[in-house]
Design a protein. Structure first.
Length: 246
């Protein structure tokens, strides 16, 4: 099961627990049961909201957490944490609570469930962003390593930069739905199909081909040794490519 499927399943499970939690919140005799079930549900839910909807995260927590700045307890600021702690509102002149805590808790719960229900459409976009960020971090680290390798081996530095370019072009092809015939394509194998599919123009194609030539020079030991200027061009060119060919 991949991350997307796992997130969808967990989100569906959390939403399906609504009926049980609302029933427990409505009961006046089972605060312990509600506390146990809700605390488990909230812990799992808050992680998903944090991942998929950082813009709704504070709102989601606000239905549970007591506002430390609160001065007077009333129906507008009574939260689920109050209920769990056994905090009750003051009574009116007739000795009755000024509001029904069970109704308030159910309203807070429904607000949290509505936020969860709105997250399904965000899963793919958020995961794509995370994957893209991770890939960018890895590329930056690999380019930094290639620069360091120049001190000991120009061939190794150029070859590593070539691997970075090859991996990036494979991701670009996958993103644009460009089919590549070879199972393990080289930069050259990727360059033509990407140009033909209109992913980038002729000047970019020429630049990638130039980088492919330097990569071949670095990986084929029977050829001439690559120069420092060539490897510098290779690393700089790959750095440009991963930031501009998307």
């Amino acid at each position: 099961m991949n991350s997307k499927e796992e997130l969808k399943l967990e989100l569906e499970t959390l939403i399906n627990e609504r009926k049980q939690l609302l029933k427990l919140a409505k009961s006046i005799d089972d605060l312990i049961g509600f506390n146990r079930s809700y605390q488990s549900w909230f812990t799992r839910s808050v992680q998903i909201v944090s991942t998929l909807a950082s813009d709704r995260f504070e709102e989601f927590k606000s239905y549970y957490l007591i506002d430390p700045k609160r001065k007077l307890l009333d129906a507008s600021n009574y939260v689920i944490q109050d209920y769990i702690k056994g905090i009750s509102p003051r009574n009116d002149l007739y000795g009755n609570p000024i509001f029904d805590i069970h109704n308030i808790v159910m309203i807070r719960l429904m607000n949290q469930f509505h936020i969860l229900e709105s997250l399904s459409s965000r899963i793919e976009g958020v995961l794509a962003h995370i994957e893209g960020s991770l890939a960018a971090d890895i590329v930056d680290a690999e380019i930094a390593t290639a620069k360091t390798l120049k001190k000991t081996s120009l061939r190794a530095a150029g070859a590593l930069a070539g691997v970075v370019l090859e991996s990036h072009l494979q991701r670009v092809a996958s993103h644009h739905g460009v089919k590549i015939s070879k199972a393990n394509p080289t930069v050259g194998d990727l360059n033509d199909p990407l140009k033909q599919a209109g992913v980038y123009d002729v000047p970019t194609w020429r630049k990638v081909q130039f980088l492919a030539d330097i990569r071949n020079l670095c990986t084929h030991k029977k050829t001439d040794e690559p120069t420092k200027d060539q490897v510098d061009e290779m690393i700089d060119g790959v750095n440009w490519a991963v930031k501009n060919i998307l």
